[in-house]
Write a protein that binds this ligand. Structure first.
Ligand SMILES: [Zn+2]
Length: 234
């Protein structure tokens, strides 16, 4: 903890003076973050660091397992962060970021180890589908490390799906004003894989090509055929 306290002084005295004009502008004008990122609370996954973001760039929501509970009217921290980012801050990109060696994903694979952590166990139920997919649709002979990695990636895809149950996100997608991203951060090599919703695969994020996206906004906002649209409008 001593190092963190020294860090406070170091930030104030050495770092902040170089960024003072940015912070003062943000204090005066408010924030307009480029994206909402929902990442794991793991101390090795630092959203601002891996994206090289500055103050004001990222609206961040972190929790064990980068979980997005499906929409419900009961209040929740993740739901509130999503609603605020989309409605109040007009954020147009949401990233769900999982990672390698994730303790929450190990918990999903071994629920028997969560006996003394009932809240963690209950929270991770929002990721059970990822575990089921890996248990029932992946080769049965994959080793433990591969299994945890596969669950973490499937969990990112599941949580991106849950995002679409949130009314603010669903409406923004229908207006073609929202893009959803599913990322996987490899701790040991520092690289990010991005989920490509078109090919259902995670791909390396290469500088030379546009970053793969999980879900794009709808080009056509209405699913109801034209005459019904006219009837509803009239
Ligand atoms: Zn994690």
């Amino acid at each position: 903890m001593d190092d963190l306290l020294k860090g406070l002084s170091s930030f104030r005295d050495d770092v902040f003076p170089h960024e003072a004009s940015l912070y003062r502008r943000l204090a005066k004008e408010g924030q307009q973050p480029q994206a909402l990122i929902i990442s794991c609370a793991d101390s090795r996954v630092m959203p601002e660091t891996i994206t090289q973001a500055n103050a004001g760039d990222l609206f961040v929501c972190r929790n064990a397992g980068n979980i997005v509970p499906p929409f419900q009217t009961a209040n929740g921290g993740v739901s509130s962060a999503i609603e605020y980012a989309v409605v109040a801050l007009n954020v147009r990109d949401i990233i769900v970021c999982g990672h390698s060696d994730c303790g929450a994903m190990k918990g999903l694979c071994h629920p028997e180890r969560l006996g003394s952590m009932p809240n963690v166990g209950a929270w991770l139920r929002h990721g059970h589908a990822a575990h089921s997919i890996v248990c029932q649709a992946y080769p049965p002979d994959i080793d433990e490390e591969q299994r945890v990695r596969a669950v973490a990636m499937e969990n990112v895809v599941i949580q991106v799906a849950h995002l679409q149950t949130h009314p603010s996100v669903a409406a923004s997608l229908a207006r073609n004003e929202m893009t959803l991203h599913g990322w996987f951060f490899d701790i040991d090599c520092g690289s990010v894989l991005a989920y490509d919703g078109q090919s259902s695969r995670f791909r390396d994020v290469a500088d030379s090509e546009p970053i793969p996206v999980a879900v794009s906004g709808r080009a056509e906002p209405h699913v109801v055929p034209e005459p019904a649209n006219l009837a509803m409008a009239g």
